[in-house]
Design a protein. Sequence first.
Length: 136
Amino acid sequence: MARTVGIGHQDFETVITKGIFYIDKASFIKEWWENEDSVTLIARPRRFGKTLNMSMVEKFFSIDFAGKGELFEGLAIWQEKSPDGDYRYRRLQGTCPVVSLSFAKVKAGTLQQPCGEADSGGQPAGKAGFRKPDAG
């Protein structure tokens, strides 16, 4: 049976559970985790999968998705073993508090405009603890 090739999907769980064609980029989790960076900047062109990758990272680490390892079965990160044979990344799944903000749907002509439009789980940014810059 052929898999659906979806365009524009931004939620990792939806892509996996609906069987939408997905190129495994979960090795990013291992690379990012092992680099121990304080800050990570992901700068890629539009339509390059940034939001889907961040959704994948959220689903992997977030305590809200603890016990949902089945989303990663068959992906490289789930098969990854440490030298002692332990599946260390399986133990990391669902163990961290995660704050996820997406600016994917924000369209603005000035820096001030997006402050009220950021998507933070369905809440306008002003209601999610953001403050609009002072005009002046």
